[in-house]
Design a protein around this ligand. Structure first.
Ligand SMILES: [Zn+2]
Length: 150
């Protein structure tokens, strides 16, 4: 996990879909942040993971739509971060599971998989600083093929 603060210029997007909870099988929403303009990652669309700190307005935008995106302790990373919680059973679906394997929700490998995600722009007027890790390579696929919603 990269603990550094990222400096991100607008736009910044919320991406998400519904998956089956690994624990109870109920449908649950999962979300992540997508940032095309991250300082130090020139011309790379970054997918953020393991978010440890983010501005209040970004957080409230996401939590208003997906209240189960919560700051929780994860045994896997032995620390707290903004993770996706199942509304039915309360278990956490970790970012490692959601981001790291090809074909995972935030690691689409083709247009069809990227098209399962929705994409919503978070209204931002200024650069923000977010403490998180990130990965590149799939962000552009998501940006180009996810379903854009208002
Ligand atoms: Zn569950």
């Amino acid at each position: 996990m990269d603990d550094d603060f990222l400096t991100i210029s607008p736009p910044i997007y919320m991406v998400g879909m519904k998956i089956g909870c690994w624990k109870c099988g109920e449908r649950m929403p999962v979300v992540a942040l997508l940032a095309p303009t991250v300082e130090d990652a020139v011309d790379q669309v970054c997918v953020l993971s393991d978010v440890v700190a983010l501005p209040e307005d970004v957080l409230s935008y996401v939590q208003k739509r997906v209240p189960t995106f919560q700051f929780r302790y994860s045994k896997t990373v032995q620390g707290k971060y903004y993770a996706n919680i199942c509304p039915s059973c309360g278990m956490l679906s970790g970012d490692f599971f959601l981001h790291s394997e090809p074909g995972a929700p935030f690691f689409p490998t083709c247009e069809e998989e990227a098209g399962l995600l929705y994409l919503a722009e978070i209204p931002m007027q200024r650069p923000v600083r977010i403490r998180a890790g990130f990965h590149m390579g799939t962000g552009e696929l998501i940006l180009n093929h996810a379903k854009r919603i208002a």
